[in-house]
Design a protein around this ligand. Structure first.
Ligand SMILES: [Zn+2]
Length: 392
């Protein structure tokens, strides 16, 4: 049985997601970039259904897109409620007729589209920095999702077909519907339509060997703008990252956050600074990132330390007002994401290990007190962080 999660939400629009338990960490050494390549190919039709037809149908029915990460490939669409079934059928034909004969020209053309994507990624120092951070935490298992120009060029039709066969099946799939739909009916319809889908073995997610507490990693990048990032480990399973949502909002979740107010607004040190809860190599944690001029990096590091230490010390003192503002902000942010159609966009882990429950999430947000955040922050600062500097 394919796990199907239906989240009821009022409104005209519904959102549909096909989440495959396959990403770049499941690729073999000689096929880096293939998961993302398959994602691209899904939008190009088959010999039976032309690329133009797929594009026309997508435009008629709603908004379709997809992305590939280290551990999953997600195809999604937002459409009018009355178009849900048609949109679903279109997705099914795009995803499961993929192994049909392809025109060799399309196969080659998509490789050059990805080539462009790879070179624009390489232009962005911040992205390059994140790729490196993943590699540090996860080893080469966490190679960049896109692969390199050379590995993508080398993908053969045989490998492509093989990859789809071993990964695009019922055992690796979960479906998620959000909107004003009858849950039982939706589940029945999906099951009926995917009756013939073969169920294979579920992919195992690689647990990387972590290498932590290195001195700052320097990445040389020919760019006028430099990037700085640091990553702190936080305890708990990756699916428990929700509990840090308030801490990350307080520190760096937006324009009222402590980091932004102090470092960007008062000191004018950076173009941008932010923080958030995340997983790097499946390790739960908090990242802090900034884009700035190279000359400001040293001072930035000191200021971040001061903000963090100050937040621990004064959680109930003079930061209280700021904190309150941030708590309100974080709360709104969480509320917004619950209201949005794309709620739990990225909640593969939550979905996989416990059905995502918006109420439960809200309860975590509402139940996080100042002293909880202070405790989390103390715990976080008791471990060394990994820093990374991208500059020319
Ligand atoms: Zn792409």
């Amino acid at each position: 049985m394919i796990p199907i999660l239906v989240v009821n939400r009022p409104g005209q629009l519904v959102s549909l997601r096909f989440i495959f338990n396959v990403g770049s960490t499941h690729e073999r050494q000689d096929e880096h970039g293939i998961a993302h390549f398959v994602e691209h190919m899904a939008f190009t039709g088959t010999r039976a259904i032309s690329t133009a037809h797929v594009a026309k149908e997508m435009a008629r029915l709603g908004e379709f897109n997809a992305y590939t990460t280290y551990d999953r490939t997600v195809y999604y669409c937002t459409c009018l409620k009355e178009n849900l079934f048609e949109a679903f059928e279109l997705m099914v034909s795009m995803l499961f007729l993929q192994n049909d004969d392809r025109c060799p020209e399309i196969f080659q053309r998509e490789k050059s589209v990805i080539g462009e994507e790879i070179s624009s990624r390489a232009d962005d120092g911040y992205t390059v920095g994140w790729d490196k951070m993943y590699e540090v935490y996860g080893g080469t298992v966490f190679h960049p999702v896109t692969g390199t120009a050379a590995t993508v060029k080398a993908i053969t039709e045989q490998q492509y077909k093989q990859f789809i066969q071993s990964n695009y099946h019922g055992g690796n799939l979960m479906i998620h519907v959000t909107g004003d739909v009858d849950t039982i009916e939706a589940v029945d319809d999906i099951n009926e339509s995917l009756e013939d889908l073969v169920t294979g073995q579920t992919n195992v997610i690689h647990q990387p060997n972590r290498v932590i507490a290195q001195p700052p990693i320097d990445v040389v990048h020919q760019n006028q703008q430099s990037s700085y990032m640091r990553f702190y480990e936080l305890p708990g399973e990756p699916n428990e990252s929700d509990r840090y949502v308030m801490l990350s909002a307080l520190l760096g979740g937006g324009m009222h956050s402590m980091l932004f107010e102090r470092i960007r607004n008062q000191l004018g040190l950076v173009y941008w600074v932010g923080a958030g809860q995340t997983q790097v190599g499946h390790q739960n944690g908090l990242f802090i990132g900034a884009k700035l001029a190279k000359d400001n990096i040293t001072q930035l590091r000191t200021e971040i330390d001061q903000v963090l230490v100050g937040a621990v010390k004064n959680a109930c003192g003079d930061l209280f007002d700021t904190t309150k503002k941030n708590v309100t902000f974080g709360f709104h942010q969480a509320n917004d994401s619950l209201q949005g159609m794309e709620a739990n966009n990225d909640a593969w882990w939550s979905v996989k290990q416990k059905a995502f429950d918006p109420q439960e999430y809200l309860a975590i947000v509402q139940g996080t007190s100042l002293s909880d955040m202070q405790g989390q922050l103390k715990e976080m600062l008791s471990h060394p962080c990994q820093e990374l500097i991208v500059s020319n």
